[in-house]
Design a protein around this ligand. Sequence first.
Ligand SMILES: Cc1cc2nc3c(=O)[nH]c(=O)nc-3n(C[C@H](O)[C@H](O)[C@H](O)COP(=O)(O)OP(=O)(O)OC[C@H]3O[C@@H](n4cnc5c(N)ncnc54)[C@H](O)[C@@H]3O)c2cc1C
Length: 404
Amino acid sequence: MERERLVLVGAGMAGLKLLEELKAACPGRYNVTVVGAEPEPAYNRVLLSSLLAGEAGDEDLALKDRAWYGANGYRLFTGAEARSIDRAAKRVMLRDGRVIGYDRLVLATGSEAIRLPLPGAHLAQVLTFRDRCDAMRLSALARPDARAIVVGGGLLGLEAAYGLAKLGCAVTVVHLADRLMERQLDARGAATLRRAMEAKGVSFVLGAQSQAILGETHVTGLELASGEVLPADMVVMACGVRPNAALGRDAGLEVRRGIVVDDALRTSDPAVHAIGECAEHRGVVYGLVAPAYEHARTLAAHLAAAPSASYAGSVLSTNLKVSGVDVFSAGAIEAEDGEETITLADPGHGHYRKLIVRDDRLVGAILVGEASDALWYLDLIAKGAPLGPLRDDLAFGRGFAAAA
Ligand SMILES: Cc1cc2nc3c(=O)[nH]c(=O)nc-3n(C[C@H](O)[C@H](O)[C@H](O)COP(=O)(O)OP(=O)(O)OC[C@H]3O[C@@H](n4cnc5c(N)ncnc54)[C@H](O)[C@@H]3O)c2cc1C
């Protein structure tokens, strides 16, 4: 019997996880073709900041080599962009003219970095930071003593700022909000992170709106809405990402911010699925790798004929080393009426810990500087069980609470 043809568009982290899960759950069941726009197979995108900072090499980013795809019967096209989908004929058209037929289609096209439409944004020294190609362009421009401005004080902006500072650039982060990572950190946590980054040589201008990038043929500066001009040789736009949903939208799939999927990661067309950052599930588009992997696991179970597998959403958590500083945030970041806040701060060591408890349950945690208990707190939030006697020693971490 002919095997069903499964076409995966997007050779990124979610796509590769799906292939690994399929290999484990139902090897050989599908005739799989992978179409990836980047020149290489999926790599560990999370490590791009370490690559930029010179703390990781290409070999650290590698996940599976081309031989792995071949050995598992996966046909891999790299440097190949899907341009459109004909759902009636079940075909994907590539930019280079090739046409690939499918029985099932999986979209795992990720996100693109947002480029603010500022005057001067077309200049060659205005960059974004999403893929390996961006990292290479950034490090080519980052001569020691170059003045770099990073627009955006979220996770990506801070990662880019740290990398550029490590390469010897004089880096200033310009951020619209009055604190860094305002969606993950409260004011004290953000201030702790800011101090740690200032100690690494990064400067900040907060509460500032970028108005124009200056320069005729080369970037010379960034003008703020206040009229202030910050001199610069390069500008990195790190002000968020947008799901790559156009392929789905143009094919007539339901798209809001991302491609809308149900609990089985199925789009409005049952033959088409979407996973990772391009997907929108119950109104949420995730921008982290853990939910993308959960999507891939659930979808693989469905494709392996386990229809009971269901995705119910992920607990929003961020657990990372921002510029060499441990940062963890999950659940609520500010207490509401009736909730308790427990804080522990050691400014001298750059440590800050805040926990939010509602009805004897942990509902939020922020850790800056020291985050070895992050997964323990995340588990407590995800389980939502009453804390009971744990409550008294909660702030001191797992080891202390276990001993007590
Ligand atoms: C610098 C950086 C640091 C990060 N750090 C962290 C971190 O510390 N923790 C964390 O959880 N997450 C982090 N992330 C986010 C994480 O990398 C993403 O959540 C994850 O990669 C999402 O996987 P994905 O497969 O949905 O998208 P991607 O990995 O982006 O893969 C999508 C792929 O689809 C391709 N594609 C798009 N359109 C088409 C098309 N039409 N045809 C063919 N191919 C197409 C793209 O080129 C890309 O290769 C970071 C991201 C960056 C950029």
